[in-house]
Design a protein around this ligand. Structure first.
Ligand code: SF4
Length: 325
């Protein structure tokens, strides 16, 4: 059991001042924050989010921007497919929902890039609905405080029921949800829970003497040397150019492992983040219509077998186009 009163009282005084929680922030702007926060820490998201909503405060404003400009504005947040999906999401909301973020979870789930967590986060944080919002932090707090386990098991559909059962029955439910998430983010952290500062009087894991985890040790995600890093380097080159670049300009961005570089470029093409021109040069997505003096560009998706893609030939990939986060 997690008692709402003690959690809400703690949140009232200890919550972080995050810009997307302030009064006057629209549902769209909250949705943007949730896209950005999915895999990126708050400190890196905050400045980008502030610039983003000042530049594109509404879905229609975002939809009117070019996909390439959206990718540029995404900057170093990582996992840039999110930027592409956010742009697609803005377009659908602008065209099909009168520029207003839908309120109900099922409609939210139909939007590009919106999954179980994001749909409920928007319904809860933007529209104050009593729906369970379950992220990694919430799952960890519930695993410890309610179930007496050191770590949450792999996510299942039951997690939603678990958290729904904890929600207060009154209008404080949305605040309870954000407070639970905040507790996991700032106090009940994965590696070093600060139990001495925890507002919960009852915690099953603590009362059982902190039994060891039965989950396999968590692997630290490295970045250096990964395909993600190589993709980032290649995108950096294209972000800095408003015209297509020759292959050699991408090649110098990563010389350590040429096969890895080819694989990374291939995956960017498959993801639709990068396009290849008919003459074999490369550009950010959406910048393929006007290639200047060397003619129009084509996206990877438009390539067909036998195309003359210039001196490097048409690109082919073994990556699944359907692969998504
Ligand atoms: S007492 Fe410790 S382990 Fe339990 S919920 Fe609080 S911070 Fe987490």
């Amino acid at each position: 059991m997690i008692y709402p009163d003690e959690l809400l009282a703690w949140y009232a005084t200890e919550q972080r001042d995050l810009p997307w929680r302030r009064p006057g922030v629209s549902a769209w702007q909250i949705l943007v924050s949730e896209f950005m926060l999915q895999q990126t820490p708050v400190a890196r998201v905050e400045p980008i989010w502030l610039e983003w909503i000042a530049r594109w405060p509404t879905p229609s404003a975002t939809a009117a921007a070019s996909a390439a400009d959206v990718l540029r504005a995404w900057g170093k947040l990582g996992y840039p497919r999110r930027a592409k999906r956010l742009h697609e999401c803005a377009t659908v909301i602008a065209l099909e929902h009168s520029d207003a973020v839908p309120k109900d979870v099922d409609t939210l789930l139909s939007l590009p890039g919106v999954g179980t967590y994001t749909a409920r986060a928007v319904a809860c944080f933007a529209y104050r609905q009593r729906v369970p919002v379950v992220d990694t932090n919430v799952r960890r707090v519930v695993a410890r405080a309610v179930h007496g386990r050191a770590d949450a098991a792999s996510p299942t559909a039951r997690d939603l029921d678990d958290v729904a059962a904890l929600l207060p029955g009154d209008s404080s439910a949305p605040q309870f949800s954000v407070a639970l998430m905040e507790l996991g983010a700032t106090v009940c952290t994965a590696r070093a829970p600060r139990c001495g500062s925890c507002p919960l009087r009852h915690c099953a894991w603590r009362s059982q003497g902190f039994p060891a985890s039965s989950c396999p040790p968590r692997r630290t995600q490295r970045y250096a040397g990964t395909d993600r890093q190589v993709r980032g380097r290649l995108l950096d080159v294209l972000r800095g150019n408003s015209f297509p670049v020759n292959r050699v300009e991408l090649d110098v961005a990563w010389t350590t492992d040429t096969a890895q570089r080819d694989r990374a470029l291939d995956s960017l093409l498959v993801d639709g983040l990068v396009e290849q021109t008919a003459d074999g040069r490369f550009a950010l997505c959406g910048e393929g219509d006007d290639a200047g003096p060397q003619g129009p560009r084509r996206s990877r998706a438009d390539n067909t077998e036998g195309d003359d893609a210039g001196p490097h030939g048409p690109r082919r990939s073994s990556h699944s186009p359907g692969e998504r986060r």
